[in-house]
Design a protein around this ligand. Sequence first.
Ligand code: C2O
Ligand code: CU
Length: 480
Amino acid sequence: MTRNGVTIARSGPSRRSLLAAGGSAAIASILRPGLVRATTSSDKTLVAAEGRVRITPDPYPRTVVWCYGGSVPGPEIRLRQGESLRVSVENRLAQDTTVHWHGLRIPNAMDGAPYVTQPPIQPGDSFTYQFTPPDAGTYWYHPHADSAEQVGRGLMGALIIEEPQPLPVDRDVVWVLGDFRLNDDASIAGGFGNRMEMSMSGRIGNTVTINGRVPDRFPVRSGERIRLRLINAAPARVFGLEFKGHHPLVVAFDGQPVEPHAPEGGRVVLGPAMRTDLILDIAGKPGRSAAVLDTFYKGLEYKLVEISYSGEQPLTTQPLAAPAKLPPNPVPEPDLANAQRHEVTLTGGMMGGMGMGGGMMGGMGMMGGSMWAINGTAMMNDDMRHMKPVLTLARGKSYVLAIDNQTAWHHPMHLHGHSFRVITRNGARTKYREWRDTVLIPPRERAEIAFVADNPGDWMFHCHILDHQEGGMMSVIRVA
Ligand code: C2O
Ligand code: CU
């Protein structure tokens, strides 16, 4: 059994020792971190600093992390659609940072991309972000400087924009999925920026968390309907979740509503930064339990958490009506007939595929040592000062980007400031033409995305496996 998961990398603590401690941390791990609730306009301070939190159960000591507001994840920010948010971010870390509001279609100056949209926030300084998110849905926030290490040490938080009329459910539950690499004493292992890992899967951890804790049980009551908001805040790990004995329906991807449907192949796949909202009906009998498995990496499957029913009477014994589709967000519809098309080619990385064996370092040597590239260009180590945009798009026009992953690795490609429709995969039309802000492209596969370039500015377009991003799979798309 491997609750603490996949060990693709060699280093890191023994999983078994973390597991031996087992069971007690349980319920607290599922509870939400503190809420920051807005009224009509919310004025908040978010302090990024070192902290000490409990990730692993007793008898492990607490873990020194970098975090927002003293917790991992940071405080949940929750607004109603149409409300504005003003957050003053104070940097008490020993290095530069910024905050990026992942997935929000907000003005460029508030996007938190260092050097591209703002100077980085230096240690001791602060920066005030202020915006009104146009779309309801499930989003998150994280630093955009030295991201692999800053997210890898705990800087992340959920950002929920509620619909004016929320879906009728008994509970709205957020799972921020995290992945840490811990030593045997529960401290965070060093070795960020390891070039071998960077050229492969990125830094996969050995300790998977829900809302910052190694999970054990997810307590539920028979008959309840849960809206489960899944956020993959891991630096590199892809999740493939199977809810045994349950039939969740997907109602949103990356914050944007989608026709309610069963997950493809019965598995909810989430690349880094991606979100999925599920309607999860707790339809079993009181007292039962069922596993949520993560089966994404073959041979490295593990149980994430146990759905654990109370003995209480069912809330209802009637089957619940199918959930309604969420109301659409005001995202402009691309005009496919007149869209201009651009090819985007992803190259680089170790060519041997999964595993540690052999292979060539495809992108090594080019572009001053970058390992990954987008259309042959690579932006390294957050140095965006000298980058020319890979594409310049005309404001208000529709575009199709045909992304071709020529590498042996998965890449969750994220465009800032816009949501796009995923219109084809490997040349075939997608069934739901889903809106997303991050599209996961498997090795040697292709996807086409379409959107209206309606948000002016320079926008990051990069892989959200943070080691890949820092290894060159990062670029800027200009909308002018
Ligand atoms: Cu979630 Cu460029 O980031
Ligand atoms: Cu990647």
